[in-house]
Design a protein. Structure first.
Length: 266
């Protein structure tokens, strides 16, 4: 099957895409994206799940405090800005779009570098959140009879609770937006190819001149296999495992697997 046949094959299939990080920075970017998307999903629902949302806010705050997310975003956004600046004056690049992208990156960097910026402080310093944190950590859950104040808050109107959640999230928004920007840049840098894994095994070297962040594998939904990746900054290995049922361990498939590969590097 040649490259053109591969493209036609994948255009005709319903695909599922697995997005796997290959360094700790990318892993943290994806974690941040996940936390924020879950909170957005909860607040967009018809009925807010108060306990689940507040527990997730606590997890988000703890993640921000213990990770190097802010520092990593500054480092990688600066790298991206430098990479984009190389295209200045290139006749094949729209100068207006390029200037907008670089200006957006610099604006995000200004906020992240500010000494006054302290993401997560609204959650960390909140008294109700503090009480919920103590109860939930000792009892593995929030019981309305143990914390009447939270039960009172959870029975407020949807609008009142969402207003409070937005207040708790207010100082995290620049970090959320910076993460979204960085992931947009990373995903937009992908190089796509159509590959074959013989007996469910595939290995590839990475470009040593670039920093690789994400690997994206697209497979037909009809294939009962999933990828697992190992590797470092110079090379990665992917093995495709066959899913039989939830009660048995998956085994590496002996079949030849055709897949679409995207390597996201800057």
């Amino acid at each position: 099957m040649n490259s053109h046949d591969y493209q036609n094959f994948f255009l005709q299939e319903n695909l599922v895409t697995y997005e796997l990080p290959i360094n700790e920075k990318a892993r943290n970017f994806l974690r941040m994206e996940y936390f924020c998307s879950q909170i957005d999903t909860y607040t967009a629902g018809e009925k807010l799940e108060s306990g689940a949302t507040v527990s997730l806010l606590i997890e988000l705050s703890d993640f921000i405090n213990r990770s190097d997310l802010r520092k990593d975003l500054i480092t990688e956004l600066e790298r991206a800005a430098n990479a984009f600046s190389i295209f200045s004056g290139n006749p094949q690049v729209d100068p207006n779009n390029l200037e907008k992208v670089i200006a957006t990156i610099k604006g995000s960097l200004t906020t992240l570098k500010s000494r006054e910026y302290n993401p997560g402080i609204c959650i960390k310093s909140d008294e109700l959140i503090h009480q919920v944190r103590q109860k939930s950590s000792s009892q593995k859950g929030i019981n309305k009879f143990d914390l009447p104040r939270f039960f009172f808050w959870s029975n407020l109107s949807q609008d009142e609770k969402i207003f409070q959640i937005e207040k708790w999230m207010s100082d995290i928004l620049p970090l959320k937006n910076a993460t979204a920007l960085m992931l947009e840049i990373i995903r937009g840098s992908s190089v796509t190819s159509f590959e074959t894994a013989s007996e469910g095994f595939f290995q590839r070297s990475l470009d040593k001149e670039k920093v690789s962040y994400l690997l994206r594998f697209s497979l037909p939904m009809s294939l009962p296999v999933f990828p697992e990746v190992s590797g470092g900054k110079h090379r990665f290995t992917v093995r495709f495992f066959h899913h039989y049922d939830t009660s048995s361990k998956p085994k590496q498939t002996s079949e030849t697997i055709q897949f679409q590969l995207q390597i996201c590097s800057i």
